[in-house]
Write a protein that binds this ligand. Structure first.
Ligand SMILES: Cc1cc2nc3c(=O)[nH]c(=O)nc-3n(C[C@H](O)[C@H](O)[C@H](O)COP(=O)(O)OP(=O)(O)OC[C@H]3O[C@@H](n4cnc5c(N)ncnc54)[C@H](O)[C@@H]3O)c2cc1C
Length: 481
């Protein structure tokens, strides 16, 4: 691990005024890179869903790691809280400032360089503000695959996906962001730059600092660059959409499909009849290319690294064995893209339908059928005038369970939200699951941290936070209750 010398923080003799803070930050990043006008700040002050809105002192846009370090060091010396932000697509409002007007939003989007890419060794070093899709394109340019894939990849940044340990549609085979992360460069809460970008597949030299910062949602430091592992590109894909009556069957079929020789199952995605309804309500209605309507839909993908001979026939047999007879298999790259477009439009279709109450749970894949069977009656018993949009990464045991009032435009009251969320999270907890599978905690799931996380784990997290950020200036009010 290399890096700058740790900074010794001195007490600031007097607290600077807002004007003095802006002036000092402008001296570091340049005149046009500190946004203070309300209209300029606005897009950085609310979350993707528009559910949370804050007010910051300024949005600061450094150009490189050195500037990030100087900004953070200034903030540490002068007790200015820092909220790191990438693409602002997070779903737990982790990048949204509070309403005090005292925090700065530190936008990483200008750190966008590809520092290195090595096709031989299979890795790339990207700066934090590079959009994920751009990183994928760079990997494709050298004939390789960056397998992290999420519907927000056009806007979500490398720093953001690392900081949230993002998951997505390929976790089943390739793992989430943390598993793809070989190295990292970060600025710690006192401004120290820590650099461990070496693309090592093995490095057992003490505490795993790279993994610690991954998923820390900007509360332990600022990610400025990341080394990511690349994989061989598949030679082809078998991608299908099937209708099914029971979620448990999706899981059972996965085990069988995995045993078909000639491919690797890389995605196993589920969505419900409610998702299909929402897709039809989009202005550009998206009908499903199947013969009939079903309670559930499964989008599966097998990646081929050699011959795909016989895979199609074996797949059809296995799916039929699990009562999936209504199937469409993509016959071209375009059809594959069309099937994926359906799956990826589900979040957007839900957003277009009005306010929803979202959950992002995981149970072990073996218990996913049991979870769904108990979920729907439990929620209906609270209030039958709702729709539950269930969709997600069923192969990983991760489902998004989102509650929408049937009456268009109506938002659930605070009390209703509490009742639904407690019901869904308690059920998840009883089955040994997690109340946040891939979206993180942000400021949205602090109550669940108290209710479901053990005190020993919480205290350990507080100890780590306290030792790295003793004044609590790095993304305050996020992750830790
Ligand atoms: C349509 C849609 C689909 C999505 N699908 C998925 C999905 O399938 N799987 C999934 O996991 N997520 C998904 N997400 C959520 C979101 O895209 C991810 O959480 C993503 O990783 C956030 O990246 P970002 O750059 O937008 O981060 P932001 O939203 O800007 O920030 C997210 C958190 O990371 C911190 N942060 C950001 N950049 C840095 C940095 N450089 N250093 C330190 N901390 C930082 C912020 O402070 C905040 O706490 C989806 C979102 C949308 C809108």
């Amino acid at each position: 691990m290399s890096g700058s010398e740790p900074h010794l923080l001195e007490e600031c003799p007097t607290t600077p005024t807002a004007g003095e803070v802006v002036e000092a930050l402008t001296n570091i990043v340049g005149v046009d890179r500190v946004l203070t006008d309300a209209a300029d700040r606005a897009p950085f002050e609310s979350d993707w869903r528009g559910k949370y809105r804050g007010r910051c002192l300024a949005v600061v846009q450094p150009a490189d790691t050195r500037e990030v370090s100087k900004v953070v060091e200034f903030c540490a010396r002068n007790a200015v809280p820092v909220v790191p932000q990438g693409g602002n697509t997070g779903l737990c409002a982790g990048a949204t400032p509070d309403s005090s007007g005292s925090q700065i939003v530190l936008s990483l989007r200008r750190l966008r360089r590809l520092r290195a890419i090595d096709a031989e060794d299979g890795h790339m070093v990207c700066e934090a503000g590079m959009p994920l899709a751009e990183a994928q394109n760079h990997a494709e340019g050298v004939g390789l695959l960056l397998p992290l894939s999420i519907a927000s990849e056009g806007t979500a940044t490398i720093g953001g996906v690392v900081a949230t340990n993002a998951g997505g549609v390929n976790v089943l085979h390739y793992g989430s962001a943390r598993q793809l992360l070989l190295g990292l460069e970060a600025v710690l809460p006192d401004g120290t730059i820590v650099s461990r970008l070496a693309p090592l597949r093995k490095d057992n030299t003490g505490y795993d600092i790279v993994s610690l910062l991954a998923g820390s949602e900007g509360t332990l430091g600022i990610v400025t660059a990341a080394t990511l592992a690349l994989s061989p590109r598949p030679l082809g894909y078998t991608t299908f959409l099937a209708g099914l009556s029971d979620v448990g069957k999706a899981r059972a079929a996965l085990n069988h499909v995995r045993s078909i020789p000639g491919g690797v199952v890389t995605s196993w995605e589920l969505f419900s009849a409610v998702s299909a309804e929402l897709l039809m309500q989009l202005p550009q209605a998206m009908p499903l290319p199947l013969m009939e309507r079903h309670a559930w839909y499964l989008l599966g993908e097998i990646s081929h690294f050699g011959s795909d001979n016989g895979v199609l026939e074996a797949l059809a047999d296995v799916l039929a064995e699990h009562d999936m007879d209504d199937i469409i298999v993509a016959a071209s790259g375009q059809q594959r893209a069309d099937l994926w477009m359906i799956r990826e439009a589900v979040s957007e279709a839900e957003r277009a339908a009005g306010p929803t109450l979202k959950h992002d749970i995981a149970v072990t894949p073996a218990r996913i059928g049991e979870f769904v069977e108990a979920l729907l009656p439990a929620c209906s018993s609270i209030d039958a005038a709702i729709r539950i949009n269930v969709f997600g990464h069923v192969g990983d045991g991760n489902l998004h369970v989102n509650v929408l009032p049937r009456q268009e435009g109506r938002a659930l009251t605070g009390e209703e939200q509490n009742r639904f969320s407690t019901c869904i999270y308690d059920l998840t907890h009883e089955l040994g699951g997690s109340f946040s599978a891939e979206h993180g905690i942000g400021q949205q799931k602090l109550a669940q941290m108290v209710r479901y996380k053990s005190l020993a784990e919480l205290n350990l997290m507080r100890t780590i936070k306290g030792s790295l950020d003793p004044h609590g200036l790095m993304n305050p009010g996020k992750v830790l209750p």
